[in-house]
Design a protein around this ligand. Structure first.
Ligand SMILES: *Cc1c(COP(=O)(O)O)cnc(C)c1O
Length: 485
């Protein structure tokens, strides 16, 4: 590797930092023809580094990182599920990456066929026939579907229906999306079995009800057994049911939400249908809705005609665009490859293994931990420290930090809010029994320490480059510079 310097216009030195100005940057300014008042007066403070220094820097950082490629990562709910490596190769093929989103439909028939095929597959899996692939994340799918609901209500002259009911175990994005879409939120209690409390629901339904937003399986990892009745109650009150399907891997190929009465839902392709999503993206949160709500879906829609596929913008009841182009295409492509490779049978096995793995761990952990809703779970379950451990002064945060020392990424902690000191564990469908056993053994070791009130727990992690940080302070007073002086 050689160490070719970048072309410099001039160089400015400051203590501890060398700044360079790139010739290319000046050209860019000239081309853009920006007014003089908008031009920077000082060069940007960019460090000057050789390629080798840079490679080492990032390699070192990556080695400090915990990732699915190095460690078991049983994060509840937002878990990265199965991401077959072959899909990365497919998504990197130049035939796909070289496409321009505004090419003529005639030149991109293959890409439109992928989108159309994926729409049909998602409709088949969910039992909801109309699909939009545009939303770029689960949360954007929620917002898009709520805008669709609003358009449907407004067209029927029902603009007094502005309340969305949400169970208290919901993911934080649910109430946030409602607020963004202009709805009020009312919270519905969970029952003592960890399910939506139907009496509380009945008491909240009325002429202001726009709909219910329900996660199924819910964030406790429990299937809402009364979902069909719940949907009927909401429909009788004149509302629609939205299902948060972020963790569809629990039921894919087994249950179709359209069959139990759901009107709209989103899927997180970056959770259930391949695509790694560490670090916040990229993602895709397609929505699937009933036939009645189809006309309101965002434009453009992919349509198939005798002459081939085309993008249809001419849909007068559509809510408009929710994204500048037609979704995160390479995420859609991975999802399509995933569906084709697994087929209906393989997708069903995803759900079976996700549920089997979670229940295997649930039963093993129940030997030492308190499992508040200790019955068959779906893709995940929630545990918490026992009374004895809590009396010994041990908190869930200590357990999470100790797991890092033992070589595991901590699960989601302190969520869902309905379980104090929650530890939310989702092993996913693709972990081996050996890995699950190793995790269970680590949890057993920690349980013994916790019962004994071992002070080492409060000091964990001790085997990481950075020890325990003050997380509240890190958020309020972030130090984002490298070697700030
Ligand atoms: C991940 C998740 C979301 C949000 O999805 P994003 O793609 O992160 O916006 C919503 N609900 C549940 C239950 C989730 O797990």
């Amino acid at each position: 590797m050689n160490d070719t310097p970048v072309p410099l216009l001039f160089e400015e030195s400051r203590p501890g930092r060398r700044c360079v100005r790139h010739a290319g940057a000046d050209r860019a300014v000239a081309v853009a023809g920006l007014p003089g008042s908008e031009l920077r007066r000082r060069p940007p403070a960019l460090p000057e580094l050789g390629e080798l220094d840079l490679v080492r820097h990032f390699t070192r950082l990556s080695q400090r990182n915990y990732g699915i490629t190095t460690n078991f990562y049983p994060l509840g709910s937002c878990t990265m599920k199965y991401n077959p490596a072959v899909n990365e190769r497919i998504a990197a093929a130049p035939g796909w990456t070289g496409l321009h989103p505004f090419q003529d439909a005639g030149e991109v028939q293959g890409a439109l066929a992928v989108m159309h095929g994926l729409e049909q597959a998602l409709a088949a899996c969910t039992g909801l026939p109309e699909v939009s692939l545009h939303p770029a994340a689960g949360a954007q799918g929620e917002l898009t579907a709520l805008m669709v609901l609003r358009a449907w209500l407004d067209e029927r002259g029902e603009d007094q229906r502005r309340t969305i009911l949400i169970p208290d175990s919901a993911h934080g994005t649910n109430p946030a999306s409602c607020t963004l879409a202009g709805f009020r939120v009312k919270t519905i209690k969970s029952s003592d079995r960890g399910l939506l409390d139907r009496d509380d629901l009945r008491g909240h339904l009325g002429r202001d009800t726009a709909g219910l937003m329900i996660t199924n399986p819910n964030t406790l990892g429990l299937f809402e057994e009364h979902i069909a009745e719940i949907c009927r109650l909401v429909h009788e009150a004149g509302g629609k049911v939205y299902m948060d399907g972020a963790n569809f891997n629990a039921i894919v190929g087994i249950a179709r939400p359209g069959d139990f009465g759901v009107d709209m839902m989103h899927l997180n392709l970056h959770k259930t249908f391949s695509t790694p999503h560490g670090g916040g993206g990229p993602g895709a949160g397609p929505i699937c809705v009933s036939e009645e709500l189809g006309p309101y879906l965002p434009v453009p829609r992919v349509v198939e005609e005798e002459a081939g596929y085309r993008l249809d913008e001419d849909r007068p009841r559509a809510i408009g665009r929710v994204r500048s182009v037609h979704g995160n295409f390479l995420v859609l492509l991975r999802a399509w490859a995933y569906v084709l490779r697994l087929g209906a049978e393989g997708l069903r096995r995803v759900a079976e293994n996700a549920v089997l793995n979670a229940n295997y761990l649930r039963v093993k952990l129940a030997e030492d931990w308190r499992i508040p809703f200790d019955r068959i779970c779906m893709h995940e379950f929630v545990a918490r420290p026992t009374r004895e451990m809590r009396e010994a002064g041990v908190h869930t945060l200590d357990i999470a930090k100790r797991l890092i020392d033992l070589g595991f990424h901590p699960p989601t902690v302190y969520f869902p809010l309905v379980v104090p000191e929650a530890i939310m564990i989702e092993p996913t469908e693709t972990e081996s029994r050996e890995t699950l056993d190793a995790f269970a053994a680590a949890m057993k070791e920690i349980a013994a320490q916790a019962r004994a009130g071992d002070e080492a727990l409060a000091a964990a992690p001790v085997r990481t480059p950075v020890g325990r940080v003050d997380e509240a302070r890190a958020v309020r007073d972030p130090q984002l510079c490298f070697r700030c002086s």
